[in-house]
Ligand binder design. Structure first.
Ligand code: ADP
Ligand code: MG
Length: 262
């Protein structure tokens, strides 16, 4: 997308293509994401945004294309060619995934602390006291009071559930987080606070983030770079401010003039 000196892309997606039966959900999507960069993927409902994230995260198989990741533990890897064990290792340590619906990213009937601890235990951590202390730190980072550590996510508000999902992801210090509409469905004031938190976390931690949103204000606030999708294709990409202020593609122009926002 841009010149980044000598740094290598953290994530490099090449010609990702996905069909659901005759319906092409992704049409040769390619992009690069550099360390610490936030890239927003925007487009109307059905344009392929969630499918793109799910293919990158190996949640669903794709038909063509490649997903390269610069792993700290394993070096440069092609996610599609990794063993399941190594794929899982990367997804549990160096990557995070924040789902649109908290119930897809949390275990709703075990405590908040256990939701965070589970990610550590899956990596072999066994010391109960240390896991609990780490969970408390993680909760603090997303501004959840420590006295809620034994509460079930079921009893959390929507905004708190999203915070807990984020805490669970952050506990292993990932360098890349994929987020699918993390603030949609929340009240406007709750949304604003969550966005502030996300902004702060990505900046403080130098996180690379791939965030799907249909809300251009979210893209404007969080993302350096932006990619506009239509019918499974990237039709425009570049600096967020540039695209929002001066969209080139007719579809981006419609999107920005808010006719297509939903
Ligand atoms: P977005 O997240 O941008 O709203 P999606 O990635 O969910 O879009 O969907 C892209 C296209 O793929 C849509 O036409 C949708 O109907 C189709 N699609 C998504 N998931 C499935 C699925 N599991 N089975 C069949 N079609 C799907
Ligand atoms: Mg979606």
């Amino acid at each position: 997308m841009q010149a980044h000196g000598f740094s290598k892309p953290l994530l490099k997606v090449e010609k990702l293509t996905k069909f659901f039966g005759p319906n092409q959900a992704l049409n040769e999507v390619s992009f690069e994401l550099f360390p610490g960069e936030v890239l927003a993927i925007v487009g109307e409902s059905g344009s392929g945004k969630s499918t793109l994230l799910n293919c990158i995260n190996s949640n669903i198989d794709f038909d063509k294309g490649q997903v390269h990741f610069q792993s700290q533990a394993l070096g440069s890897v092609n996610m599609g060619e990794l063993s399941e064990v190594n794929q899982r290792l990367i997804k549990r340590t160096e990557w995070g995934f924040v789902h649109q619906n908290a119930r897809d990213g949390l275990i709703m009937n075990v405590s908040a602390g256990a939701n965070i601890g589970e990610r550590l235990m899956s990596l072999g951590h066994r010391h109960y006291g240390k896991i609990r202390a780490t969970a408390i730190e993680s909760l603090a980072e997303v501004e959840i009071d420590a006295n809620r550590i034994d509460d079930l996510p079921l009893n959390f508000s929507g905004g708190m559930q999203q915070r807990l999902q984020i805490a669970r992801n952050l506990v292993t210090h990932p360098r890349l987080i994929l987020m699918d509409e993390p603030t949609s469905g929340l009240d406007v004031s709750v949304q604003a606070k969550l966005l502030d938190l996300l902004k702060r976390l990505t900046q403080n931690r130098g996180l690379a983030v791939l965030i799907v949103t249909h809300d251009l204000a979210v893209a404007r606030l969080l993302a350096d770079q932006m990619m506009v999708m239509q019918n499974g294709k990237v039709i425009e990409s570049g600096l967020t401010d540039q695209i929002l202020d001066d969209p080139q593609h007719p579809y981006s122009q419609l999107l920005v003039s808010s006719i297509l926002q939903n």
